[in-house]
Write a protein that binds this ligand. Structure first.
Ligand code: 0RA
Length: 659
């Protein structure tokens, strides 16, 4: 390798200029330099290993988080080529590691994750690492090269012999680039789990050297460090079961479709099952990349589901009841309670849509629809009892949708007839400007009364809600529109549900307040009510969350008093600090005042601590991860108890514990 001693030729200069550009504007290449961008680095490397798996050369990936937050990705793929790159006159390995977009596999016949949605290549990871070392096992030899901020520290060198193949990349993200270099185990584990479902047969082993391993029954560590193995033989079938862990299924086993179209070289895999919930959950992937906005593969899937179930139901006279009641059936009815994962492998995927999260390749619709059709037809004929259960559920969905529309129209019509009358319980503000107007949704009439006295009536409205509001996760839709508290929220907020092309959409054009503040007691019951209200917003008024209009108020837990001085405290640390500042004890004769409920504060106190824009704390509600939010709501509000208990136990440390 001494013949390519670093003579500073043209190719070197372009390579360095390329990597310099990445360091100057990292956000352009990896999205951001916060925790998201930091974790993205890992996927840039892992995606290459997955590509090796898709090409049939790799079945094992190790992913190690070291003590100093450096990362090792080790695979048993072909290994990055190490021969001389003719044009650039240096090792292909150095080219892949230092030239932007050079990571490319040169054949078009394989599916690629890298070069897909993010795919900026392993050279970007190199540019953004203070240290990176690559080791390649290939053709009987072991090669290595090290870099700092993307610059090779020596030419590629052979360091030994081997009977294995594969690539081993260890990198330490540059602390000058990233806000914080701390890897979160759960973020990495979640994607590793997803990848193992999407690529059945592939094993991903995660090791976190910052955490000790699990203790066995003999009290000894089973592994030195925290270790988890992700492997799925059942693939998407297991994925769907995992997604529905908190939702009871109505069929015995998921329906599993695996097929390929040789002409277009497209692979299709789908697993689906129906559960007792009312929501549709379709997750879709192209070359292992999540397509949040769906696309042609999802369209093909939906088309086949509607067509095949409808045909089967028609042919067997199962829809006669509906026809008699003049209720027509829509595609949506076939998807109530449906959980599905649709995964396709496409050689040259085209991504479109706002966030490039939608598959555009038009040939894929017909391919998915046809493969699905064949399997569904067969399934329905062979599993008449399961088919009946599904069709019964569809009939209930259609009937409920019909009833819901009537209930909704009646509520909305009544409002119009009543001159758009506002709910009697609402104490409205005097301002009519939504930009400055706020509404407090308050737990209980008595706290509502205090809030009404304490508020600034110019811009703050109060709507008291009676006790626990309806759990919308369990109720049929039409019951929701009949519920007094929910009707009040619709009319007070000035929003309505409309139907556009058979889809229900929330019209927020006439939203009357741009801050909607949920104000409940700071105890277990209060948190439960917050969760109920949030579930309602998530399922029926999601645009309000997405628009950033929903907030949660934070009333204090304690008041500590000494003489004429008093302070409010929001947690135990603050309380202990306050007590020691007051000389070791507070002299209040009832001891530290622990607010048991909003109602225990007087109007002035409530204003001062919780409602005054100058001093209050409001937490804005955001949907960080749609998938997570969705399963969390199903888990917290649904029927299955064991996963809820597990979730609460896992997260109890984050919750306010009532004392
Ligand atoms: C370029 C070409 C080939 C494979 C790779 C790069 C490759 C990159 C990485 C990164 C991590 N693991 C990797 N494994 C492979 C094709 C190799 C061939 O044609 O033999």
């Amino acid at each position: 390798m001494s013949e390519n001693k670093s003579n500073y030729d043209a190719s070197n200069i372009t390579a360095l200029e390329g990597l310099e550009a990445v360091r100057k504007r990292p956000g352009m290449y990896i999205g951001s330099t916060d925790s998201k961008g930091l974790h993205h680095l890992v996927w840039e490397v892992v995606d290459n290993s997955i590509d090796e798996h898709l090409a049939g050369h790799c079945d094992h990936i190790d992913l190690v988080i070291h003590k100093n937050n450096s990362i090792t990705v080790r695979d048993n793929g072909r290994g990055i080529p190490t021969g001389m790159h003719e044009k650039l006159q240096k090792s292909a390995l150095e080219v892949v590691m230092t030239v932007l977009h050079a990571g490319g596999k040169f054949d078009k016949d394989t599916y690629k994750v890298s070069g897909g949605l993010h795919g900026v290549g392993v050279s970007c990871v190199n540019a953004l690492s203070i240290d990176l070392k690559v080791e390649v096992h290939r053709e009987g030899k072991v090669f290595e090269q090290e870099y700092s901020k993307g610059k090779p520290q020596y030419d590629v060198r052979q360091i030994g012999e081997t009977d294995k193949n594969g690539t081993n990349v260890t990198f330490l993200p540059d602390p000058e680039i990233f806000e914080e270099v701390i890897y979160e185990y759960e973020i990495l584990a979640k994607r590793a789990r997803e990848l193992s479902y999407l690529n059945k047969g592939l094993t991903i082993v995660m090791v976190d050297e910052r955490q000790p391993g699990k203790k066995g029954e003999d009290g000894k560590l089973e592994t030195e460090y925290k270790t988890e193995k992700f492997h799925s033989e059942g693939g998407l079938k297991e994925f769907v079961k995992h997604l529905d862990i908190a939702r009871p299924s109505i069929i015995a086993e998921p329906i599993h479709v695996i097929g390929r179209d040789d002409k277009e070289n497209v692979e299709v895999e789908v697993a689906m099952q129906y559960n007792t919930s009312y929501q549709e959950h379709i997750h879709s992937y192209v070359n292992n990349i999540n397509t949040r906005e769906g696309g042609t593969h999802v369209n093909g899937f939906r088309r086949a589901v509607t067509r095949e179930f409808k045909k089967y139901a028609d042919e067997n006279g199962l829809l006669d009841k509906l026809t008699k009641q003049k209720i027509s059936i829509t595609g949506e009815d076939f998807r109530e309670g449906l959980t599905a994962v649709v995964s396709v492998k496409v050689p040259e995927p085209q991504f479109k849509g706002q966030t490039k999260g939608e598959l555009g390749n038009s040939e894929v619709t017909a391919i998915v629809s046809q493969k699905m059709g064949e399997v569904l037809k067969y399934y329905l004929e062979e599993n008449k009892d399961q088919a009946k259960r599904i069709i019964d559920k569809v009939i209930i969905a259609a009937t409920a949708r019909h009833a819901a529309r009537k209930a909704r129209e009646s509520v909305q019509r009544k409002n119009v007839l009543a001159g758009g009358g506002l709910p009697g319980k609402l104490s409205d503000c005097s301002s009519k400007d939504p930009n400055i107007s706020e509404i407090f949704l308050v737990e209980g009439d008595s706290a509502g009364g205090t809030a009404k006295q304490g508020r600034d009536r110019h811009f703050q409205a109060i709507l008291p809600l009676r006790g626990k509001i309806l759990n919308v996760e369990k109720a049929m839709e039409h019951r929701i529109y009949e519920n007094e508290e929910i009707k009040n929220m619709f009319t007070a907020l000035g929003v309505s549900i409309e139907e556009k092309e058979g889809q229900r959409v929330l019209n927020i054009d006439k939203l009357r307040y741009h801050k909607i503040v949920i104000m409940c007691d700071a105890d277990v019951d209060g948190s439960h009510i917050v969760t109920l209200i949030l579930t309602f917003f998530f399922r029926y008024m999601k645009p309000l969350i997405e628009g950033g209009y929903i907030y949660i108020a934070a009333p204090p837990l304690y008041q500590v008093k000494k003489g004429k001085k008093s302070v409010y405290c929001w947690n135990d640390d603050e309380r202990n600090d306050a007590i020691s500042q007051f000389g070791g004890q507070d002299d209040n004769s009832i001891k530290t005042q622990r607010y048991k409920g909003l109602g225990e504060m007087n109007a002035d106190q409530l204003w001062e601590t919780t409602m005054d824009p100058d001093t209050r704390i409001l937490r804005q509600v955001k949907i960080e991860e749609y998938l997570d939010a969705d399963s969390v709501f199903s888990m917290l509000m649904g029927d299955e108890v064991p996963p809820r208990r597990a979730f609460i136990e896992e997260n109890a440390q984050y919750a306010n514990v009532d004392v």
